[in-house]
Ligand binder design. Sequence first.
Ligand code: ATP
Ligand code: PAU
Length: 280
Amino acid sequence: MNCYIDAGNSRIKAHLARRSQKDVEPAMIDWPPATEPDAVGALATRLEPLLVDEKGRSPKQIVLASVVEDRRREWLETAIAEICPQAQCRWLTVPRKCCHVRVAYESPEGLGIDRFCAMIEAHARHGDRPLAVINAGTAITLDVLGADGQHLGGLILPGWRAQLEALRVTTPALGAAVESLETGEGGAVSAEIPEATRRLGLGADTATAIELGRHWLLASGVNQMLAVWQERLADEGELLAVLSGGDAGRLVDLIDPAIEQRVEDDLVLSGVVRLARARR
Ligand SMILES: Nc1ncnc2c1ncn2[C@@H]1O[C@H](COP(=O)(O)OP(=O)(O)OP(=O)(O)O)[C@@H](O)[C@H]1O
Ligand SMILES: CC(C)(CO)[C@@H](O)C(=O)NCCC(=O)O
């Protein structure tokens, strides 16, 4: 039995699998807060149900794809060693080329492993046409692939929560409005925006102005980028936008219906499994 882990900045996703298993069934946990005095212990408690199955069996090999800083990487390594000391950990790195995808970065190791895994999985699923692979996580990344698997490069944008966090830190006087959006009342604010206001795109109170601001920032950036690359790659076929990540459902609502689009929730973790099993 192997375990595949996608360690993102907000959450950790894991899939416990037998070698022959095809479907990826992700389980998800949050990182312990930075203020947690026993971060490793707290992480091990959260992680154990993901690593040990109902019969008490744990994996022989744990394959990890991580985009977090060294400190949380060490927490993860130590927590895993506590839960299943016999398991061998294998940290994936980005190769120049694998699974028919060739990385645009001059130094492939500089590219996020989550972006690479999402690209190889999207290309394996839809590789006969150009793709925009969009990962709407803590950061939103958007990578363009030619129909032949050549990565043409990408964009990194602050994600939904990160945009609020930036305003909270840099403009403290907006704190109350930001907090109303962050604490879930934000969901209510955004749900209560009347359809006409949504289309006009202007807020007449601070929380709505912030909510519509991030709506339009992402909608205009992403749609403009998709329109440009749809046109540039027209000779290779119609561009398909493949979305994954915690905010994929929100982002897909903002994408121009003229662009073909699909939400595929398990994209990164499936790509982790694909990369781990690939012959290189
Ligand atoms: N329960 C939740 N916990 C954390 N984030 C959530 C939750 N529900 C929705 N989200 C949204 O999902 C986003 C995180 O998505 P995801 O879990 O895919 O990111 P990640 O893989 O941890 O981050 P990244 O890969 O960008 O480092 C958050 O920015 C937030 O807006
Ligand atoms: C951009 C994020 C944070 C998105 O998860 C991750 O892919 C990452 O840390 N990337 C490294 C930098 C890069 O991809 O250029």
